[in-house]
Design a protein around this ligand. Structure first.
Ligand SMILES: [Zn+2]
Length: 311
């Protein structure tokens, strides 16, 4: 059985054929997603990527990871923050976009959609640090925003916690500082406002680093200010991890996203804070690791969704 896994982002859409064992087994296609040029253009780009990736592969289904609030049952994108179009100079968010139906019609295969962070958690659970067997895995992806997903392991199958209408788990918007920094969601003190890229760079604003990678390079070159900024970042991350541990009692907490590549500079402090903030007997059962599928978790999780449906 082969399926096409698709990771739809605000800039690019990536698609690849994936085997039942979770191995990318063909060309990885990456093209502009036209996310801000309206629904028809974006769906057209997704279909182009699927048709290129599936040529000669004998794929039987498609899974698509989409950043936003996804209603998998109706196949609609209810809300997606980076998707819409500019009308008379004003950016209009599109809501309630029928998605899987039009794509399925165009590519001639059944199409299944889900939230990108939830599907990345499934990808990491099945094909990464969850090994397909962990009783509960929490994935936190650290980037511009914070993606999060919780997978509950079961003997026969696993399932991702989706909540009512597919809205769970928005862990990036749980509040860690009352009245704290303003978050993109409009609230103050969210985890994302401290542990997303903007929060990280704010901790080091006097150093002039424009990206997490630049800040990691400074730390690597012995800059004490940069190393201290990473340690303070670890402090906030540790608060979030400790909260996740107490709420979900996970077997694995996987830290993904581009910022996780600098884990050596923040993870020791994050673990110290998480341990001191969480219940000892729960903490004792947790493994906190850097995610194994840093680049392809979205594609793999989307593929897992399609494989589950294709069987
Ligand atoms: Zn928020």
């Amino acid at each position: 059985v082969r399926v096409i896994g698709v990771d739809l982002g605000g800039t690019n859409v990536r698609a690849a054929p994936v085997s039942e064992a979770g191995v990318l087994c063909g060309p990885r296609i990456e093209i502009p997603s036209k996310a801000r040029e309206g629904a028809a253009a974006c769906i057209g780009a997704v279909c182009d990527a699927i048709l290129s990736a599936s040529r000669g592969q004998g794929a039987s289904a498609v899974g698509i990871a989409i950043p936003g609030h996804i209603d998998a049952d109706s196949g609609k994108v209810l809300w997606a923050p980076n998707f819409g179009e500019t009308v008379n100079g004003e950016f209009i968010h599109r809501r309630d976009i029928p998605f899987s139906g039009p794509v399925s019609e165009a590519v001639g295969m059944p199409v299944f959609i889900g939230n990108d962070a939830n599907l990345a958690a499934i990808g990491e659970y099945r094909f990464g640090s969850g090994k397909g067997t962990a009783s509960c895995l929490v994935l936190l992806t650290l980037g511009t925003g914070i993606g999060s997903g919780v997978v509950l392991g079961r003997p026969a199958h696993s399932e991702v916690l989706v909540g009512h209408l597919g809205g769970a788990v928005e862990f990036g918007h749980h509040i860690i500082v009352d009245g704290g920094e303003l978050c993109g969601c409009g609230a103050r003190g969210c985890f994302e406002a401290y542990c997303g890229t903007a929060g990280l760079l704010r901790l080091a604003s006097e150093l002039g680093a424009q990206t997490p990678k630049a800040l990691a390079n400074l730390a690597e070159n012995g800059d004490a200010g940069a190393q201290e900024a990473w340690r303070r970042y670890g402090h906030y991350l540790g608060i979030g991890i400790g909260n996740a541990v107490n709420i979900f009692a996970p077997e694995v907490v996987a830290i993904g996203g581009q910022i996780s590549k600098a884990a050596k500079w923040f993870l020791p402090e994050a673990l110290r804070v998480a341990e001191s903030n969480s219940i000892g007997s729960i903490w004792a059962g947790v493994r906190v690791v850097v995610a194994e599928e840093l680049e392809d978790a979205g594609i793999l999780g989307a593929a897992a969704l399609a494989l589950g449906a294709a069987r």
